[in-house]
Ligand binder design. Structure first.
Ligand SMILES: Cc1cc2nc3c(=O)[nH]c(=O)nc-3n(C[C@H](O)[C@H](O)[C@H](O)COP(=O)(O)OP(=O)(O)OC[C@H]3O[C@@H](n4cnc5c(N)ncnc54)[C@H](O)[C@@H]3O)c2cc1C
Length: 241
């Protein structure tokens, strides 16, 4: 069993060049409305054009785009929140087809060991007392779950049956594709101070990265504070939905 603490991250699978080019595509599409496509379109003009569209509330033009992101070392709780966003394409690690009792070979030896995400602001080694007087830490509990899962597998239970015991903190991976408008919505919901700490941390990092990669589209999001654990939260400036 391996504890994952502050390990959540992402990889933007859409090539950076492609993301920048999409900004120009948005300008081309948007200028069709005004019949002004003949204007010379550059990265600088695209950024300004997109900012103008957003000020006027023409968010639909942002839908001529796509960004694919792979999230890694996050929990099943995170992916369960993420999949609620319906305007996305989703591929996620299956707890039916992955056997967490399987031993890999060579460099993959520990690939299928149980990995669990814990709150970074809590001590997973801290003992708590159960109602029967037994003292146990979160780390020990996860180890017992792993042992039990392995025992079920040894007894002939299929991974899809044994998975019923897996915790919501189990490590997961998910690939999400969405257009820029939907990413804006995801950032708004998942980087706000009301979002869960895990998804808020990773989405906050992704937001900052996309602000650099795709100028104009996410610029209006600003950090509005930090919570009691020092974790930042964000919101778009008032004129934007
Ligand atoms: C802090 C927080 C707490 C939450 N707590 C709970 C909870 O306790 N229980 C729970 O069940 N969920 C909870 N959720 C999930 C939440 O209710 C939404 O399911 C999730 O955030 C997806 O939002 P969405 O439907 O706006 O977005 P998406 O599915 O990403 O859709 C984007 C937008 O498209 C439009 N849209 C999409 N589908 C339709 C449609 N069929 N009809 C009309 N318009 C549509 C809407 O404008 C929508 O906002 C929580 C979310 C957050 C951020």
């Amino acid at each position: 069993m391996k504890i994952l603490k502050n390990a959540g991250g992402f990889e933007v699978l859409t090539p950076f060049k492609n993301l920048k080019r999409q900004l120009l595509d948005i300008e081309k599409a948007g200028r069709t409305c005004y019949q002004s496509e003949k204007k010379e379109i550059t990265e600088g003009s695209a950024k300004k054009f997109v900012q103008m569209l957003m000020k006027r509330g023409h968010y639909s033009v942002l839908e001529h785009s796509n960004m694919t992101v792979k999230f890694k070392n996050i929990s099943r709780g995170f992916t369960h929140e993420q999949v609620r966003h319906r305007l996305t394409a989703i591929s996620q690690e299956s707890t039916r087809y992955v056997d967490y009792a399987k031993k890999g070979k060579g460099p993959d030896l520990m690939k299928f060991q149980l990995k669990c995400v814990v709150p970074p602001h809590r001590n997973e080694g801290e003992n708590v007392e159960l109602e029967n007087g037994r003292k146990l830490s979160l780390k020990e509990m996860f180890t017992e779950i792993e042992d039990f899962y392995r025992a079920l597998r040894k007894a002939g239970w299929a991974p899809e049956d044994a998975r019923q015991i897996l915790p919501i903190g189990i490590k997961a991976e998910i690939v999400i594709s969405a257009n820029f408008r939907e990413w804006r919505h995801i950032f708004k919901m998942r980087t706000s101070k009301f979002a869960h700490w895990e998804i808020r941390k990773v989405m906050g990092d992704l937001l900052v990265k996309t602000q650099r990669l795709i100028p104009g589209v996410f610029d209006d999001f600003v950090q509005t504070g930090v919570d009691q654990n020092g974790l930042r939260y964000f919101a778009p400036l008032p004129h934007n939905p």
